[in-house]
Design a protein around this ligand. Structure first.
Ligand code: C2E
Ligand code: CA
Ligand code: CA
Length: 582
């Protein structure tokens, strides 16, 4: 929209002075009106000089109203907005309306925001003879808007950008990278077992941890990247310059090390580990839309494999994600339809095949009616809520079976079942088990729980150790499963309060490899004997292995040579006969 102003107001200083009285009155009326406005109103010449300005304008720009004007307008503006000012002036000079946001700072440092609207004024010949510039103080709107934007784009707790800001930042970073042929790397980071800490130590402690983690991330990146909090304990880091895989891994490792330092609050202290999945456009993913998904997939993969550390995305991972999703779905099906049942594998006395114990192993029927093994739902053993339900259903079935055997007057042998590390994370594993055992009226001395070594040395070990103590107090035996494959050293095994070690089947199968295989088998038995622990050799498949084990002094074994895991019905028969092999 263009305007035509009365010539007396639009160009008083260029007037020839021959006004009649009426004309002057009109002029004063206009001036009084303009002065009364709180908007800053200026009339500029097309070459950018101030022809006239109302009182508010003079105050805002610090110009003496009696100066007669004629000075250049742009130098009156703060330096940083002269560029948009110049652009707007050019636009208005060419006959178009122009607008820009300006800012002024007074001596007290107070900032005022101005919405500047430049409207060209045409003379009778249609030429731009002056420009009307109206500047409105929009400070209040601006600060409200800024505050709102901050609230909607920044995380309240840590004061770093949130998921919304992250998404628009990533888009921008990718756009720039495409134009400049740079790459963009996304690091998707997640604190390990944070939810557990939050549940057990309280949300105030959890909040403190998150604030410290955000600070450490920013400090570690020190300008090399952008960091946002995506959700509870998930953070994203964007590195938008081209760097090598090694440099990214190094950066991720530095972050992990920084996070691993103890965090204290109100006399409590914790050490945290972090898992980071990374993906780089255009190297590890060709499609930029896949970047977020890819980093997330890499992160999930680390979490599946025991947590902690860095993993760079590669296309094979996407397949593993699909596989995990299928496994979780299958496990959920088995739980919901009560398809889980224990099969029992005998433990036998090696020299005469006498049944001395049973290990309950999970089996379930698939939607198509086939019998399936734990390997088909491996991912579910890492999932807190699924594994809890699986454990619960397995124990219920095992205890029901033991109760039936007892009622039938069969000669009972101890029965063991397996527990996953994740099952201990609620810190009530022992209490739940003991309550169930009491409910079924089972003698606790008949129960053995098999745990693996990394459960007592890994993350969350304190919960496992506490549970073991509680269970043993009530007479339940604890077996260390797959012994020799984990993290423990022969010297620290004495610190574990366990009753039995189950020598992993890999050692039994390496017996035929001559001296070395035998040496390990020997050493493990010696160690267990010194510590007063029972020993079970796992995975005995051949008579020759059995003979060697007997020669080395082993008493008990388990394996396909004697029997695979079989159904409750078959076990009942076995308990009646008391012998596994003749
Ligand atoms: P595990 O506790 O080491 O159980 C022994 C596994 O080795 C079983 O596999 C068993 O069928 C197999 N096996 C037994 N004898 C032999 C042998 O002579 N040769 C060979 N090659 N294999 C033998 P399965 O039933 O597939 O179970 C695999 C793993 O799944 C178990 O390893 C255990 O860690 C886990 N698992 C089984 N049931 C449960 C459960 O109810 N809860 C939990 N948390 N884990 C379970
Ligand atoms: Ca086992
Ligand atoms: Ca085992």
């Amino acid at each position: 929209m263009t305007k035509t102003l009365p010539s007396a107001v639009s160009s008083p200083s260029f007037d020839d002075g021959a006004h009649d009285k009426g004309h002057l009155e009109t002029l004063y009326a206009y001036k009084a009106m303009l002065d009364a406005s709180i908007d800053c109103i200026k009339i500029l010449s097309p070459d950018g000089r101030v022809i006239n300005m109302n009182q508010s304008g003079c105050t805002a720009l610090g110009v003496d109203p009696l100066s007669g004007f004629g000075m250049e307008w742009l130098p009156l503006l703060p330096e940083e907005i002269r560029k948009p000012g110049r652009k707007a002036l050019q636009k208005a000079r060419s006959g178009e309306n122009a607008q820009f946001l300006g800012k002024s700072i007074n001596e007290l440092g107070e900032i005022t925001f101005w919405d500047n609207l430049l409207t060209p004024v045409h003379n009778e010949q249609g030429v731009v003879s002056s420009i009307l510039c109206v500047s409105r103080n929009v400070t209040q709107q601006c600060s409200a808007e800024t505050k709102l934007r901050h609230l909607s784009e920044f995380d309240e707790l840590t004061n770093i950008p949130n998921r919304r800001h992250f998404q628009s930042y990533l888009k921008k970073a990718l756009r720039i990278a495409k134009a400049t042929r740079q790459s963009v790397t996304l690091l998707h980071a997640d604190l390990d077992h944070f939810k557990l800490l939050n549940d057990t130590r309280g949300s105030l402690f959890g909040d403190h941890i998150l604030k410290v983690v955000a600070k450490r991330l920013i400090k570690k990146l020190s300008g090399q990247g952008y960091v946002a909090r995506l959700s509870s304990d998930e953070f994203a880091i964007i590195v938008s310059q081209t760097v090598s895989t090694e440099e990214i891994n190094q950066l991720a490792q530095n972050i992990i090390n920084a996070i691993a330092k103890p965090i204290s609050h109100n006399g409590q202290s914790v050490r945290l580990s972090m898992s980071i999945g990374t993906a780089t456009w255009p190297y590890s993913v060709e499609n930029s839309e896949m970047l977020t998904k890819a980093a997330n997939v890499a992160l999930s993969e680390i979490k599946q494999n025991g947590r902690g550390g860095v993993l760079q995305y590669h296309s094979q991972l996407m397949k593993s994600v699909t596989r995990i999703a299928e496994q979780l779905e299958l496990a959920q099906y088995a739980i919901d339809h009560h398809k889980i049942e224990p099969y029992y594998q005998p433990k036998v006395r090696l020299n005469d095949g006498q049944l001395v114990g049973l290990e309950a192993l999970l089996r379930f029927t698939t939607p198509t009616g086939e019998l399936a093994y734990p390997g088909a739902i491996w991912a579910a053993f890492e999932n807190r809520s699924l594994v809890e339900k699986i454990g619960e259903q397995m124990r219920t079935r095992v205890f029901e079976d033991i109760k039936t055997w007892t009622e039938k007057g069969l000669t009972l042998v101890p029965v063991s079942f397996n527990a996953s590390p994740v099952e201990f994370m609620w810190d009530d594993y022992a209490e739940k088990c003991l309550a169930q055992i009491a409910h079924y009226g089972i003698d606790p001395r008949l129960i053995e729980i098999e745990i693996t070594e990394h459960m007592i040395v890994g993350h969350g070990a304190e919960f496992v150790v506490r549970a073991i103590k509680e269970l043993r107090k009530q007479g339940i035996r604890i077996a260390l499963d797959d012994f020799g494959t984990g993290y423990s050293t022969l010297s620290n095994i004495k610190d574990y309060s366990v009753d039995v070690i189950k020598v992993d089947r890999s050692f039994v199968s390496s017996l035929h490899q001559g001296r070395e295989g035998k040496a390990i088998i020997k050493a493990l038995l010696l160690l267990a004997n010194c510590l007063g622990m029972d020993v079970v050799a796992e995975g005995v498949e051949e008579q020759e292995q059995c003979d060697t084990l007997i020669n080395e002094g082993y008493l008990i074994g388990q394996g396909f040579l004697f029997s695979p895991a079989v159904s409750n019905a078959k076990i009942k028969k076995l308990l009646e006969s008391d012998l596994v092999s003749d």
